[in-house]
Design a protein around this ligand. Structure first.
Ligand code: GDP
Ligand code: GDP
Length: 449
């Protein structure tokens, strides 16, 4: 399923991230079982009234780090303005956050002017309305010309439920992503890392027979090709800009586009510029790939520009591993889209990652592994209670998802979960794919057949 996207826009300090955390708080508890997903969260999956959706805090999406520096109001304004633009293009609903303490500011009017053209529902939220006086002051924001202001207090959680009710009522139905047997790979990464060049280089490979198909969505262009006689689809997030449909500047905030593409893909190719190394934005996209449960290949591009000595690649790998430690299972490929060095490895590795992402292991072998693993390394116990593993099974679906039935799941320590995951990986690899580990309580059945 492609979940609808709700974008939060607004100038700095109005409370966007506070609201974001409030909207996704319940889910964070679940997702944070996977280390790394809580850092600098800008994307969160949330659920309300039975609807699942994605919340994006566009405030943190500024890719041009200069725009974030204090004392550059012009750049800042362009930043917020662009976020509003992109939210209009890419989101299904937009929450425009303002601050009742400050009153409507010139920046608010700028953003409102942009958003007024939106065909998507826009919710004008007046935040920090912590008390009755402030709630009444919210009427000032009628001036923005976006309809009735909705007073909330993100900090205290007042009004956020009503806000979600209104949003949910108008969200589009979930779009079922067509179950496809053809591999779908999304090429994602910051601007200028070489996504388009890489796409072209792949298409130029001998084993690629290209038949460009029209994009199935407005977000990205899909390219279908035959790779070693098997079909696959590349979802390109840079292509639109290259075709001149998006004005310069806006591409800086194309993370929403990346989210859409990742949702549609089996495996994401996270392209990194070897010269720049890993930047904050790369970590954000990586954590979203993980949260979406997709496979991942780290593609270090522009390797031709790096002066190489004996240990260059090893040292580079160590740095990448440290900075993207929450996707330690991701294979790393060093390429040059320019010279075509190892470009074919990108697709071959992505195909391997997809195979891992779809892999199913036999139940008896899984249980045998759990038995051996627990015998070798006894789970810690709390007082008199000992953690016991009763039965393990892999359930339908991607990425590989394992249920472990135990006597008391509260006894499962995070480090033990890690240990088990490492055992699974040592046995079956799962290179390039995340794993989901779910623990369930089950009473030991006595005397049952
Ligand atoms: P952002 O820059 O728009 O993401 O804003 P933040 O979420 O970081 O919030 C900026 C400041 O406003 C922080 O000090 C928050 O604690 C505060 N804040 C956020 N929501 C509320 C609210 O509902 N009431 C009050 N009084 N303060 C709030
Ligand atoms: P995109 O914005 O991620 O699609 O990046 P582009 O494909 O447009 O590439 C950005 C710039 O990097 C262009 O000037 C490319 O020629 C250059 N570039 C891309 N790949 C490589 C590479 O492997 N080596 C070198 N030296 N330059 C590259």
């Amino acid at each position: 399923m492609q979940k609808p996207i709700i974008a939060i826009v607004g100038r700095p300090n109005v409370g966007k991230s506070t609201l974001f955390n409030r909207l996704v708080e319940e889910r964070i508890a679940i997702v944070s079982e996977t280390a790394g997903t809580t850092r600098d969260r800008l994307y969160g999956e949330a659920e309300f009234a039975g609807r699942e959706f994605i919340v994006v805090d566009t405030g943190g999406l500024a890719l041009d780090e200069r725009a974030d520096l204090p004392g550059t109001p012009a750049a800042m304004l362009t930043g917020v303005h662009n976020q509003a633009q992109v939210a209009m293009d890419e989101a299904d609903a937009i929450i425009f956050v303002t601050d009742v303490e400050q009153g409507p500011s010139p920046d608010d009017f700028e953003i409102a002017n942009t958003l007024r053209a939106s065909k998507k529902p826009v919710y004008l939220v007046v935040n920090k309305a912590d008390n009755e006086t402030r709630r009444q002051n919210a009427v000032e924001f009628f001036q923005l010309g976006l309809g009735e202001p909705i007073p909330i207090s993100a900090l205290h959680g007042v009004g956020t439920g009503d806000l979600l009710d209104q949003i949910i009522a108008r969200l589009p139905e979930e779009i079922p992503s067509a179950p496809s047997t053809i591999p779908h790979f999304a090429i994602v990464g910051r601007p200028n890392v070489g996504k388009s060049s890489l796409l072209n280089a792949i298409l130029g490979e001998e084993r690629a027979l290209v038949s460009e198909i029209a994009g199935t969505t407005r977000d990205s262009i899909d390219t279908a090709l035959m790779w070693n006689d098997a079909p696959l689809v590349l979802i390109d997030t840079a292509g639109l800009r290259k075709r001149g449909q998006i004005e310069a500047g806006i591409e800086k905030y194309s993370s929403l586009r990346a989210i859409r593409a990742i949702q549609r893909a089996d495996v994401a190719l996270l392209v990194i510029d070897a010269v720049d190394g890993i930047m904050a934005q790369d970590q954000h996209v990586a954590s979203y790939i993980l949260a979406a449960g997709k496979g991942v290949v780290i593609v270090i591009n522009k390797w031709d520009l790096i002066e190489k000595e004996e240990r260059t690649m090893i040292e580079f790998t160590e740095r990448v591993r440290a900075q993207l430690d929450f996707i330690a299972y991701a294979p790393i490929v060093f390429v040059s889209a320019k010279t075509h060095q190892r470009v074919h490895r990108v697709i071959d590795t992505a195909l391997e990652a997809r195979a891992a992402w779809q892999m199913r292991v036999p139940t008896n072998e899984l249980n045998e592994l759990v038995r051996e693993a627990t015998a070798r390394h006894t789970p810690a116990s709390k007082g008199k209670r000992h953690l016991k593993f009763l039965f393990a099974t892999q359930v339908e679906g991607t990425p590989p998802t394992f249920f472990f039935f135990v006597n008391d799941k509260k006894l499962v320590h995070f480090t033990y979960e890690r240990y088990l995951e490492n055992q699974l990986r040592a046995r079956w690899g799962f290179v390039g794919s995340p794993l989901r580990m779910i623990f369930r309580n089950r009473r030991e059945e006595k005397g049952a057949a």
